[in-house]
Design a protein around this ligand. Structure first.
Ligand SMILES: [Mg+2]
Length: 445
């Protein structure tokens, strides 16, 4: 393949990312029992009617595939080890997998335990490049979970999913050939796939649908444009017909559906070149605050807790958080709290990772203090004006100023910020409220 991670498209060309863990169940079993390493291992039903759910690459070298009848798999691969599933373990790994993805963006949609779609568009302001984001994900999954994965990038879900499949290792003539790990479906690749792929490569086309289509003489994706949608609908149903028609043109209108049971939104970023000094750290934190604010507003939530996490070059980490008596969802307030928290830290080394998280959500309607100045304008100029306007209003906001005071009071002398961002009243160390007024565990509204 000419296309690989060496080409780095922009977010317009590759807004959708699909990530899929390799041989997930089997890999978790091998991690939990290293004596299985290098052996053909499967997870699945071992009885007469059992089916393989997940096969290690060692098993795949012998031709074992998921969805294969276990009886056939055993015949294909003598000595095959078939283990019953332990879903609590897979779920535990899956949660950690999702946590890593969430650090990249809150805009993600899990598919099963080991696949996720991400919409990268909200990361535009951070200057995130899709291939770098994909490499960062793979590196963390490898170092923190000891699992491997493939990442696909594309214009829509259809191509992102095909691309992640393309990125994976494959078995050729009984030998395992490494994949690219990250694969981007460029326009050239899209055209080639639409011309060359069989219909059964399309997402949602299982063996039954594929054989129906093939009976209609529709073996290839390119064949789909030859029939009319009504005829197709008659055979495969209207929903599948509509999808297939769109796919044949390279279109896919499915959005990435973001998880609703949201506990926190946040943004962690690891830097190729570590940040030096508080000014660089604060500048980056402002951009991150904007991403967090946007994610909150998309969810119609306001957050009471803002956390920052900093990892230094020696890999030690420190985090700080502040819970407010009211919720916020705008970038100015989030950045202000984050800044106060960051200034309370002693930056003893260069900063390798910086993260801002928002949690303790309130429904927006239940928020007593409305600090929200949703910035919906699209042009940079208009957005800048809106930001300046909201900054003006908010530095005048008593509630926010109290909260900033509180951060500084809680975290002591090191927390004293510059006088400028505290407005006309200068630095407040004392506050009129008691220590019970804020802080983690505070039960007030
Ligand atoms: Mg997988």
């Amino acid at each position: 393949m000419s296309n690989s991670a060496s080409e780095d498209p922009g977010l317009d060309e590759a807004p959708i990312l699909h990530i899929d863990l390799d041989a997930f169940f089997a890999s978790v079993e091998i991690l939990d029992d290293p004596s299985l390493r290098g052996k053909p291992v499967c997870v699945g039903g071992s009885g007469d009617r059992g089916v393989i759910a997940s096969a290690s690459y060692e098993a795949r070298r012998f031709g074992v595939r998921s969805a294969m009848a276990s009886v056939v798999a055993r015949r294909t691969c003598p000595g095959l080890i078939i283990l019953p599933g332990r879903f609590d373990r897979y779920e535990a790994y899956s949660r950690r997998f999702h946590d890593i993805v969430r650090d990249l963006t809150p805009d993600f949609e899990p598919i099963g335990l080991d696949e996720v779609f991400c919409d990268l568009r909200s990361l535009r302001r951070l200057g995130v490049r899709p291939v770098s984001a994909a490499n960062e994900l793979r590196a963390r999954i490898s170092s923190e979970l000891e699992l491997r994965c493939g990442v696909g990038l594309g214009r829509n879900k259809l191509f992102a999913k095909l691309a992640s499949k393309q990125s994976k290792p494959r078995v050729v003539g009984g030998r395992l050939v490494e994949g690219a790990g990250v694969f981007w479906a460029s326009r050239e690749v899209e055209d080639r796939w639409l011309a060359e792929l069989p219909v059964r490569a399309l997402w949602g086309v299982g063996p039954a649908t594929a054989s129906k289509l093939e009976k209609l003489g529709l073996q290839w994706v390119r064949d789909l444009s030859r029939v009319d949608e009504e005829t197709l609908a008659h055979h495969v149903g209207p929903a599948m017909a509509a999808s297939l028609f769109a796919y044949a043109k390279g279109e896919d209108l499915r959005e990435v559906v973001v998880e609703r049971a949201l506990k926190s939104v946040g943004r962690d970023q690891t830097f190729a070149k570590s940040l030096e000094g508080i000014d660089e750290v604060l500048e980056m934190s402002k951009a991150q605050a904007a991403v967090v604010a946007r994610a909150l507003r998309q969810e119609s939530r306001v957050a009471r807790t803002i956390s920052v996490v900093v990892r230094f070059d020696d890999l030690t980490s420190v985090s700080r958080s502040q819970t407010l008596s009211f919720g916020i969802d705008d970038e100015v307030s989030i950045a202000a709290i984050a800044e106060a928290l960051l200034q309370s830290l002693e930056l003893r080394q260069a900063v390798r990772l910086l993260g801002i998280h928002a949690s303790s959500f309130l429904e927006r309607e239940k928020n007593q203090v409305q600090l929200s100045f949703a910035i919906e304008t699209s042009t940079d100029d208009a957005r800048e004006r809106a930001t300046a306007l909201s900054r003006e209003r908010q530095t005048g906001s008593e509630a926010l100023r109290d909260a900033l005071d509180e951060v500084r009071r809680r975290f002591g002398r090191a927390a004293l910020g510059t006088a400028a961002e505290l407005g006309d009243e200068g630095i407040h160390v004392e506050t009129q409220r008691g220590s019970h007024a804020f802080g983690p565990g505070d039960a007030r509204r």
